[in-house]
Design a protein around this ligand. Structure first.
Ligand code: GLN
Length: 190
């Protein structure tokens, strides 16, 4: 089985976490929702969904998840999409806010502007041609030396990997295509 018995947690405080649960299942992984530090302690890897990163941060503080998630990410794989990628970044701008600092990237929030803030495009990636859904997406403005770019759009990295961590500024959970989640499942099983 693709998940190898590993349990994948999906942060379920806010945002499109259910879509990630379905995407993980399509990728053959066992999954559960994470809403507390006790939930987090049971899982082998974590997905942080898209949504609103400021709201998610507030809820992470409220449910005492910020420090446990930071500690989790220093030991175990994390995959963040859009708002999740913002939470994983080293530095965040527009506006600045705190983050888990799990990947050596700098992101600018809502960087495609308010007028054309959502789009669906085809992009070339390490796993082949992908349909990428962007919704009020950030742009990755800085990439550290340890970070590998797995896909770009208009010259900007949109899918990046550092060790066992993965981040995308688009939403692979919103298409039926399981390949990006499969990539994460493979990273976790390596
Ligand atoms: N604009 C959101 C933020 O800054 C992210 C949007 C998304 O996750 N689709 O947190």
């Amino acid at each position: 089985m693709a998940g190898n018995g590993k349990l994948f947690g999906v942060l379920a405080l806010q945002g499109d976490f259910e879509k990630h649960q379905h995407a993980l299942e399509r990728a053959g992984a066992r999954q559960c929702e994470v809403r507390s530090a006790a939930d987090l302690a049971r899982v082998d890897a974590l997905v942080i969904p898209g949504g609103e990163s400021t709201t998610m941060l507030r809820l992470m503080d409220y449910f005492d998840l910020f420090e446990p998630m930071k500690a989790f990410g220093s030991q175990r794989p994390v995959f963040g999409t859009c708002a999740g990628a913002i939470l994983m970044a080293h530095e965040v701008s527009s506006p600045a806010q705190k983050s888990l600092d799990l990947m050596d990237i700098g992101v600018e929030r809502n960087a495609y502007g308010r007028q054309v803030d959502s789009r669906i495009v085809e992009i070339e990636s390490k796993v082949g041609l992908l349909e990428a859904v962007f919704i009020r997406a950030p742009i990755i403005r800085r990439i550290g030396a340890e970070v590998e770019v797995l896909a770009s759009y208009q010259g900007d990295a949109v899918l990046v990997r550092q060790g066992k961590h993965l981040a995308s500024t688009f939403h692979p959970e919103l298409t039926e295509d399981p390949r990006v989640h499969q990539l994460f499942v493979e990273l976790v099983n390596e």
